[in-house]
Design a protein around this ligand. Sequence first.
Ligand code: NI
Length: 169
Amino acid sequence: MIYPIVKFGNPVLEKPGAPVTEFDDELKKLVEDMFESMYAAKGVGLAAPQIGISKRLAVIDVTSKEDPAARLVLANPEIIHTEGKQTQSEGCLSIPEFREPLTRANKVMVRAQDVNGKWFEKTGEELLARAFLHETDHLNGKLYISHLSALKRDLMKRKIRKLMRAGEW
Ligand code: NI
């Protein structure tokens, strides 16, 4: 099932998700639906709050479906190490049509549980490092725009409010 993506303005995006505690068939179905929804929206990462489910669960595939082995499920992720810096344009499926350059760590180690509840650690660089940080932020109720300057963020919010008023959001 493809879920619609929740957009900025919905409070579920700014609230920390609840820990995942049941690693059952329902979770497996949700994870499959999240991959399907992410691919349909042409994203490389999707967090459960973005489909209106306030849980600490995210899926990532930085190969955009090219490599099935690149699919990652992060339940209850924690960032345990970061190093270096990269500056790239960043966007979010919940804030469509907007992108801003953002400096993030270039190498990131995450600790998380997989779909079966097994803990693992994984190090990502460049886009994968950015995805780890961006998706973990989502699960803490934080959007990438919180890392922008207040000036840029306010400008973006003003444009979004205008779109909302026009019924285009
Ligand atoms: Ni996002």
